[in-house]
Design a protein around this ligand. Structure first.
Ligand code: ZN
Ligand code: ZN
Length: 350
């Protein structure tokens, strides 16, 4: 059972995060941290079915578009405009806000730009080309979600005008990089956005873990995020396995006008199921949180696992059809495409 601590909140919706000896633990039923045996099997035995082809073929299967900057700089006032930068980086514009999630513009998701997973699809634009960003939310400290170079560039460009929201335990890292306007929250904790008090941010649960070096495993918290405006609400699932937290999030804060939910990096299942959802589970999250529209993220950019590189998209469509959910309500986008929800036709994967 959870050890009572400063991070435990007594609330009917709360699955208290467990803090034991300075390390966070998932409170979910049946959670098991992947062991060394599973890791070695993943590295040495698992068959790699990713089959990532040469860039000429990738240009057809996963096209990267230059964003329409005129639209990015003049988002529609009443709608939700979304642009997939790649991986878990999404630009979401609604209620006069521009929100960026887990920004990664670097070539590699790693502690060094000399080794580690390299992107197989280029960035659609650079930090200097982005529109004015008001809020960045960070889900956790893994290198494919918290990228030093990108944080540095965003901070250089926007300084204290940019509000950063991070799960508990990551503020110091942000401050060390130079970010001044950083808010650190634990699960179920809410914060009013100072520049517009009609906007609220909430750090919400998920099932994952944190690590950047040999000695910091789970010393920082992981989480998902809600950005709730006066007209629309956005849910960012971050990086997660499936857990009962999503049904609670749906009950407490749903429905959401828009959600970004991971669909990739899930094979081999025996090793990945405690840290990453597969497309079937992503659709379950979409239903649990009562999302009106969702974008599939965390795929098609870095090769992290062994499933075929296009399988997340095809399995997503398959699962939506199985469940009789309109495929336009949980969609994918080409990198860089600027899409207004409900207004622009989806040409991708229909
Ligand atoms: Zn992660
Ligand atoms: Zn990830």
């Amino acid at each position: 059972m959870a050890e009572a601590g400063s991070d435990t909140l007594p609330d009917e919706f709360t699955n208290p995060i467990v803090l034991k000896n300075g390390c966070y633990e998932n409170p979910w039923k049946g959670f098991k941290f992947p062991g060394l045996g599973g890791l070695l099997k993943f590295i040495f035995i698992s068959k790699d079915n990713s089959n990532i082809p040469k860039s000429q073929e990738l240009d057809k299967t996963l096209p990267v578009e230059k964003p329409d900057f005129a639209r990015l700089n003049n988002p529609p006032p009443n709608d939700i405009q979304v642009t997939w930068i790649g991986h878990a980086s999404v630009l979401v514009q609604f209620d006069g806000l521009t929100v960026l999630t887990d920004p990664i513009f670097s070539q590699r998701a790693s502690m060094s730009q000399w080794f580690g997973p390299k992107r197989f699809r280029p960035i659609p634009c650079e930090v200097k080309e982005l529109p004015n960003i008001n809020i960045v939310v960070i889900s956790h400290t893994h290198y494919d979600h918290l990228d030093h170079g990108s944080v540095q560039q965003l901070n250089e460009r926007f300084g204290k005008d940019l509000a950063w929201y991070v799960p508990k335990g990551t503020k110091q890292w942000m401050t060390n990089v130079g970010c001044e306007n950083v808010t650190e929250l634990t699960w179920w904790e809410e914060s009013v956005f100072p520049k517009n008090t009609d906007v609220k941010l909430v750090c919400t649960p998920c099932q994952h873990w944190c690590k950047r070096n040999l000695i910091d495993t789970n010393k920082a918290l992981w989480g998902s995020w809600i950005v709730k405006g006066p007209k629309h609400s956005f849910y960012f699932a971050g990086d997660t396995a499936y857990c009962e937290g999503f049904e609670q999030i749906g009950r407490k804060y749903g429905p959401f006008s828009f959600a970004a939910i991971p669909i990739g990096a899930y094979e081999p299942r025996n090793f990945m199921k405690n840290q990453h959802v597969n497309p079937e589970e992503a659709v379950q999250i979409h239903e649990d949180i009562k999302a009106e529209n969702s974008l599939g993220i965390h795929w098609g950019t870095f090769k992290l696992t062994t499933e075929h590189y296009l399988e997340p998209r095809s399995k997503l469509t398959e699962e939506l059809k199985n469940k009789n959910i309109p495929i336009s309500s949980f969609f994918t986008l080409p990198h860089g495409r600027v899409h207004v929800i409900g207004k622009d036709k989806l040409s991708c994967d229909e």
